[in-house]
Design a protein around this ligand. Structure first.
Ligand SMILES: Cc1cc2nc3c(=O)[nH]c(=O)nc-3n(C[C@H](O)[C@H](O)[C@H](O)COP(=O)(O)OP(=O)(O)OC[C@H]3O[C@@H](n4cnc5c(N)ncnc54)[C@H](O)[C@@H]3O)c2cc1C
Length: 390
C-alpha cells in the first residue's frame, strides 16, 4: 500500500489550490453574503481544466484519475463549498453519467461543452414528494409521437436556474416504480420549462444556484433520452456514485479549511497571558479535528483508488461520504466555538463552513440514507427469504 501522491497527483492538487486561493478565496465571503452566482468565476473555472476532471482527453476532458478528482475537490472544498458543489455536479454527477450512458453523438455534443464550462448541466431527480424515496417521483413522461411530453415539478436542483441542459428523471408509469424511470435531456430554455430560485434564505451554499423547475408539457425527442427507456434509476446511480465521492472530498476540504483556520488562530490569539492553543482543552479540539481530517481523507482517497483500480466502490463511497460529512459538521462546529465571537460573524469563514457542512449531510443521499446503504450491504441478502422465493 503506497500512500505517496505521484508527481501528476501533486500537479492536479496544486492547480486546484491555485484556483481556490487566487480566484475563490477573495470572492467567497461576498458570494456568501450576497447569494449571487458569479459567471466570471465559471469562466475562470472552465479555463482551469478542473471541470474536465476524469473525462477522457479526446472528449475535451482532463483525463484525471478518480484520486486526482478527489484531491481537486478537497482543495476547492477547503475554500468554497458553493464552487466545489458546482464542480461535483457538473463534472462528476453529470459528466460521469453522460460518459457511462450516452450515445457517441451525445457524448461528442455535450462533454467538450461541459469540460470547459461553456454549457452548464444540472441533475434533476428530487421532487417535493420524492426526496430519499426516488422511486416515488411523479414527473410523468407521456408518449407523444416519436418522443414524450414531460409534466411535473423538480426542486432543490443545483444549477437548475442557470443550466443549459437539465437531466430530468421522469416516469412513464408510476405503478412501475424504479423500472418506470427514464432520464431525459431538456434544454434549460425549452418551451414549458419555468425556473425559480428556492424560496427562503438558504442555510449554506449561498453562492450556488438551487432552483425549483416546473415542467409543463415540455417536448423531448427520442434522441433526448439518456440511456435506455426504463433504465433511469441505474442512470441516476451511475452519476450519484461519482457525485458522492465529490461530496466526501468536499467534506474533507471543509475540515481542512476549519483545521487550518483554527491552528493559526490558536497560535495567534492570546488570553490569560498565553496562546489559546497552549490550553489543553483547545489542544484536544485541534487533535480531534486533525484525527477526523486525516482518517476521512484516507477513506475518501481509498474509495477513489478502488475505482481507479477498476473495483466496485459503492460501499466505500458511502462510508467515506457518511464519515466525512459527519466529521465536517463536528469540525466546523468546534471551529465556530474556538473562534469565539469572531466565529459568529461572516467576517471569518468558519460560520460559513458550518452552514455549508449541513448541506453536505443532506444532498446526494442524506447521512441516514448512507448509513442505510452501509448497513444493508453489511447484512447481505437473507438466504432464508431467498429460499422461500424459490
Ligand atoms: C443544497 C442542496 C442541493 C441539492 N442539489 C440537488 C440536485 O442537484 N439534484 C437533485 O435532484 N436534488 C438535489 N438536492 C435535493 C437532495 O438530494 C434531497 O434534499 C435529499 O435527497 C433528501 O430528500 P428530502 O430533502 O426530500 O428529504 P426526505 O427524503 O423527505 O427526508 C427527510 C428526513 O427523513 C430521513 N429519511 C428518509 N427516508 C428514510 C429512511 N428510509 N430511513 C431513515 N431516515 C429516512 C432523511 O434522512 C431526512 O432526515 C439538493 C438539496 C440541497 C439541500
Amino acid at each position: 500500500m503506497d500512500f505517496t501522491l505521484s508527481a501528476a497527483d501533486v500537479a492536479v492538487q496544486e492547480r486546484a489550490r491555485k484556483f481556490a486561493t487566487e480566484v475563490l478565496a477573495p470572492r467567497a465571503r461576498a458570494a456568501d453574503e450576497q447569494g449571487v452566482f458569479d459567471h466570471d468565476v465559471l469562466r475562470l473555472f472552465g479555463a482551469t481544466g478542473l471541470l474536465g476532471a476524469q473525462l477522457p482527453k479526446d472528449l475535451g476532458g482532463s483525463g484525471f484519475s478518480h484520486v486526482q478528482f478527489a484531491l481537486s475537490m478537497i482543495e476547492l472544498g477547503a475554500v468554497d463549498s458553493s464552487w466545489r458543489g458546482f464542480g461535483t455536479v457538473q463534472s462528476a454527477l453529470c459528466g460521469q453519467m453522460i460518459l457511462h450512458n450516452a450515445s457517441a453523438a451525445q457524448r461528442a455534443a455535450w462533454l467538450p461543452e461541459l469540460a470547459t464550462g461553456r454549457a452548464v448541466f444540472a441533475f434533476a431527480l428530487t421532487e417535493p414528494e420524492a426526496g430519499s424515496d426516488v422511486a416515488a417521483l411523479s414527473t410523468r413522461a407521456v408518449a407523444d409521437g416519436d418522443g414524450w411530453r414531460l409534466q411535473g415539478e423538480k426542486c432543490w436542483i443545483t444549477n437548475g436556474g442557470i443550466a443549459d441542459w437539465i437531466f430530468v428523471f421522469a416516469t412513464v408509469d408510476p405503478a412501475l416504480g424504479r423500472k418506470g424511470l427514464s432520464c431525459f435531456a431538456v434544454r434549460g430554455n425549452a418551451q414549458g420549462v419555468r425556473r425559480e430560485r428556492m424560496e427562503g434564505i438558504e442555510l449554506g451554499h449561498r453562492g450556488a444556484d438551487h432552483a425549483r423547475i416546473h415542467l409543463d408539457g415540455v417536448r423531448v425527442n427520442a434522441n433526448d433520452l439518456l440511456g435506455a427507456q426504463g433504465a433511469g434509476f441505474a442512470v441516476a446511480m451511475s452519476g450519484l456514485e461519482h457525485g458522492r465521492l465529490g461530496v466526501a472530498a468536499g467534506a474533507v476540504g471543509i475540515q481542512q479549511g476549519c483545521f487550518d483556520a483554527c491552528l493559526s488562530f490558536a497560535r495567534e490569539r492570546r488570553q490569560f497571558g498565553k496562546r489559546i492553543g497552549d490550553f489543553q482543552l483547545i489542544q484536544k479540539e485541534l487533535a480531534d479535528m486533525h484525527v477526523d481530517l486525516e482518517s476521512t481523507r484516507l477513506l475518501t482517497l481509498r474509495a477513489a483508488a478502488l475505482r481507479d483500480a477498476g473495483q466496485p466502490n459503492l460501499h466505500e463511497v458511502s462510508v467515506a461520504k457518511y464519515a466525512a460529512c459527519e466529521a465536517a459538521v463536528r469540525s466546523a462546529n468546534a471551529a465556530v466555538l474556538m473562534f469565539g465571537s469572531r466565529g459568529y460573524s461572516s467576517a471569518a469563514p468558519v460560520g460559513r463552513f458550518l452552514r455549508d457542512a449541513k448541506g453536505l449531510q443532506i444532498y446526494e443521499g442524506t447521512a441516514h440514507i448512507q448509513s442505510l446503504i452501509i448497513g444493508r450491504g453489511l447484512m447481505g441478502r437473507d438466504s432464508a427469504e431467498q429460499d422461500q422465493r424459490k
